[in-house]
Design a protein around this ligand. Structure first.
Ligand code: NDP
Length: 450
């Protein structure tokens, strides 16, 4: 984790470039990703159902629930009963969910933070962003402590007891935000994402049309990127730890590992919040259902599956097993953080003391591609580190159910797909220089294997 923050740079928010026509500024998108409109339809329908399945199909009888496993007809019949359907309609859960997001939005507006410029946009401008995600996290925790001090841990059981209602609320909220930003993107002067202007409603709705939807100074995409997802995930995890503690009067080693590993990841990303400004999500992708659902629903409600499982099934492990899992996590973290930092340090100053020994090739575009050190082992060694960490989050749940391993499975597919997307981007950008780089650094992710 970085411990020193660089100072924010001040760059003009307004453009000095000549005005472009609407067609020059927002060209039509001619290439589909994610299997085009059909894939978009699948993502906007199947993914919410999958999250709902984890919510209603997993309970204290099993992951999946015993009834679903042994008599799925009876399970679906039970789901149609008014008592079960009642769980889906939970106005209190909706109120709590919306209040939580609103509180985070208020924190983002009022808490102090360094102001950083974003990458240059196609119209020549740089947007400004206030970095107070970490302040929002600890302010949320202190607000929580204020209540816990008087009321004890019991209020945290709300998350466990209203789980289905909270999941449904977040899905409804994701759709509402996506519909709002979709229609807002037709406002005159909106800068669209290069990949989100096909003219096909379902595809543009899913992939995101407008690049940086804002309400005044409030940047909806930047706010959504780390706060409701990451901070929501942290609150949910802690609520499940509280549930286990209230049931057992202690916390298992498995739960401790899951809490510490995931909290470390959350704190790390919020502490280094400015790093998000150069990611594909901020610089390239529009804000649509994919990001809204991903960050309001997917991250908090599926990344917390391990903590939820351990609250329902308080598995424990030996100290030796715990030590092995900690070692795996540290190996993953070292690869992930060292590789990412090495590239960042090299890109900022290639003759800096920590990177001046690295070999590289000079590309025609002017950028240099590292061919030794971490980036000489494989073209995305950072993905390997990230995935090893993902695996170490699942292993504390042992092997009573495959569901807690969903994260490692899904994340593996995401990284394989992302590597192909990035490869395509770099091949388009660097041409034959990329071929040369690939002939030197032969493996995509796992050195010697893939
Ligand atoms: P990377 O950090 O892997 O960066 C890829 C870019 O780096 C390329 O597009 C290229 O950009 C540049 N590059 C590639 N090879 C070299 C090289 N040899 N030398 C110098 N520069 C190079 O991108 P991501 O945004 O995919 O990943 C960032 C981190 O975020 C990763 O650790 C990943 O695991 C993590 N992540 C986590 C997710 C989660 O849900 N937890 C989701 C996605 C990512 P350029 O055009 O500048 O040359």
């Amino acid at each position: 984790m970085t411990t020193m923050k660089s100072k924010a740079v001040d760059r003009p928010e307004s453009s000095t470039e000549p005005a472009k026509t609407e067609q020059e500024l927002n060209p039509k998108t001619t290439r589909y990703e994610f299997l085009g409109p059909l894939g978009a339809l699948g993502m906007t329908t199947v993914l919410p159902v999958l999250v709902l399945f984890f919510a209603v199909g997993c309970d204290s009888t099993g992951y999946p629930s015993k009834l679903l496993l042994h008599d799925h007809k009876a399970f679906f019949a039970k789901m149609m009963t008014p008592e079960y359907l009642g769980q889906l309609y939970d106005p209190m859960a909706f109120g709590v969910y919306v209040a939580f997001v609103a509180l985070l939005a208020i924190f983002s507006l009022v808490l102090p933070g360094d102001v950083w410029p974003g990458s240059q946009l196609r119209d020549g401008t740089h947007l400004k962003y206030k970095m107070n995600g970490f302040a929002s996290l600890h302010t949320t925790f202190f607000c929580g402590l204020y209540f816990i001090k008087d009321l004890g841990l019991k209020p945290l059981l709300f998350v466990h007891d209203h789980w289905v209602g909270l999941v449904v609320s977040s899905i409804i909220f994701s759709y509402l935000v996506s519909i709002f930003v979709y229609f807002k993107s037709f406002k005159k002067g909106a800068l669209l994402a290069l990949g989100g202007n096909t003219g096909n409603f379902i595809y543009d709705f899913m992939i995101g049309r407008e690049l940086n939807p804002r309400i005044g100074e409030f940047d909806i995409k930047f706010f959504t990127e780390l706060r409701p997802g990451m901070i929501g995930w942290a609150v949910i995890n802690l609520s499940f730890a509280a549930k286990q503690y209230l049931d057992l009067h202690y916390i298992t080693k498995s739960m401790v590992l899951v809490q510490v590993f995931q909290m470390w990841y959350i704190v790390d990303s919020l502490w280094n919040e400015e790093a998000v400004l150069t990611t594909m999500d901020i610089t390239t992708d529009g804000f649509g259902f994919m990001l809204a659902f991903g960050l309001y629903t997917w991250v908090p409600f599926t990344y917390s599956l391990q903590a939820r499982y351990l609250a329902d099934f308080p598995t424990d492990i030996s100290y030796y097993t715990a030590a092995g899992i900690v070692a795996l996590n540290l190996i993953g973290y070292t690869i992930f953080r060292s590789a990412n930092s090495q590239k960042n340090a090299f890109r900022i100053n290639p003759v800096g003391p920590s990177v001046k020994h690295l070999k590289f090739i000079e590309t025609k575009s002017g950028s240099r591609l590292i061919t030794s050190g971490w980036w000489g082992m494989s073209r995305h060694i950072n993905y390997l580190g990230d995935w090893l960490m993902a695996l170490s989050w699942c292993l504390p749940c042992c092997f009573g159910s495959p569901i807690p391993y969903f994260y490692a499975f899904y994340f593996g597919i995401l990284l394989l797909h992302r590597e192909r997307r990035d490869d395509h981007k770099c091949r388009t950008k660097y041409g034959e220089d990329w071929d040369k780089y690939c002939s030197i650094v032969k493996y995509r992710i796992i050195p010697g294997v893939y």
